[in-house]
Ligand binder design. Structure first.
Ligand code: OSB
Ligand code: MG
Length: 370
């Protein structure tokens, strides 16, 4: 492959629902779609960054800057790329900026798969034909509202219910769901809202028999998480703390978690995501695919990595209709009534671009060539 042209598009899409986490409430999604071109062949990726630095330190503007001024010039100068695994190494000189790197790397993986006439899942070695799907539910005002929403998603077939929590909106909310629905697969995601001072609360939460609690402590911590994991029964799952294979290795060695949420964007791309998956498989740490309220393009990349066999827990890979009135891909991603999504069979990420929708949501475009 020779990357001759790269196009960045900044999109704004309204979410169907306000999404509240411990770091704020989101009503619209601003992000970047990447397109790489090699002659007549194209590949698409998604930069899952947010407009603010509240989940991680990147923003739409920092990602645009890093791609435009550093990463894209590296790609345009490269004479030949044999395999997408090389991108990780090419971008190494740039410290961090995982989501910016991942957006371009993902587009190159898509291009690579299309050139081979294979699906993205096939070229990364995924074997599953369909994947199990969970849903991530934002913080609700009352227990009654939460119970109603959970009921609706259970009816739709979701195989895992993830509930966002924050101090004051935690154990009672979760208990209400457990009491109403019995032995269903429930987990909680704290997005770093607690400290070790809350260890008593987490001990109490053991009685809820959650599948796991995601990122209870600081976004950059693996030491306190190890202390907490020793004190409680509920498995800890790390999200924000894991940016690389090395982070995963250290967290596993320290006993900071028993499960890892893999987000392609957070770890800098598909190559690194596969490496983390493989390490976790060897260490008997189950993984699942996290979500960043992606559009269909990022979502399709998520489906592809979820086809790897150690993704044994349903991911935050809900279908298009959970988020958008109209997605930017065709057909939209759909889930069956048992909570499964079938992997697409077309080459690359496996769906067509809905060009009218893509154009309608685009607020800025910039093209780069040598
Ligand atoms: O912590 O997993 C998270 C969304 C935005 C930022 C962080 C997170 C999330 C979600 C939503 O939980 C997952 C999804 O449905 O895409
Ligand atoms: Mg999370």
């Amino acid at each position: 492959m020779k990357i001759e042209k790269v196009i960045l598009r900044r999109l704004k899409m309204d979410l169907k629902f306000p999404f509240q986490t411990s770091f704020g409430t989101q009503r619209e999604r601003e992000f970047i779609i990447t397109e790489v071109q090699d002659g007549n062949d194209v590949g698409y990726g998604e930069c899952v960054v947010n407009s603010n630095p509240y989940y991680n330190e990147e923003t739409v503007q920092t990602a645009w800057h890093i791609m435009k001024d550093f990463l894209i010039p590296i790609l345009l100068q490269k004479e030949e790329i044999t395999h997408p695994d090389e991108i990780n190494e090419l971008f190494k000189q740039v410290r961090r900026h995982q989501m910016a790197k991942s957006a371009l790397e993902g587009a190159i993986w898509d291009l690579y798969a299309r050139k081979q006439g294979k699906t993205l899942a096939e070229v990364i070695g995924g074997k599953k034909e369909k994947i199990s799907v969970g849903v991530s539910i934002g913080i609700q005002e009352t227990k009654e509202e939460l119970v109603e929403i959970v009921g609706k998603y259970l009816k739709e077939g979701f195989q895992k219910i993830k509930i966002k929590i924050k101090p004051g909106k935690d154990i009672e909310m979760l208990q209400a769901v457990r009491d109403r629905f019995g032995d269903i697969p429930i987990m909680a995601d704290a997005n770093s809202a607690y400290t070790l001072k809350d260890v008593q609360l987490f001990k109490q939460m053991d009685s809820l028999r959650l599948m796991m609690i995601e990122q209870p402590l600081a976004h950059d911590d693996i030491i306190d998480h190890a202390t907490l994991q020793k004190a409680i029964q509920t498995p800890i799952c790390l999200d924000e703390s894991i940016h690389s294979l090395e982070d995963a290795r250290k967290a596993i060695e320290l006993g900071s978690c028993k499960i890892i949420n893999i987000k392609i964007g957070r770890v800098g791309g598909i190559t690194e995501a596969i490496r983390i998956h493989n390490l976790c498989k060897e260490k008997k740490i189950p993984v699942w695919c996290g979500g960043m309220l992606e559009s269909g393009i990022g979502r399709a990349h998520n489906l592809a990595i979820t086809s790897l066999d150690n993704f044994t827990i349903p991911g935050d890979t809900a279908p298009s209709a959970r988020y958008w009135d109209e997605d930017i891909i065709r057909p939209e991603i759909e889930m069956d009534t048992e909570g499964n999504i079938e992997l697409p069979k077309k080459p690359g990420f496996g769906y067509e671009i809905n060009q009218t929708a893509l154009d309608r949501y685009t607020v800025e475009t910039e093209a780069f060539s040598k």
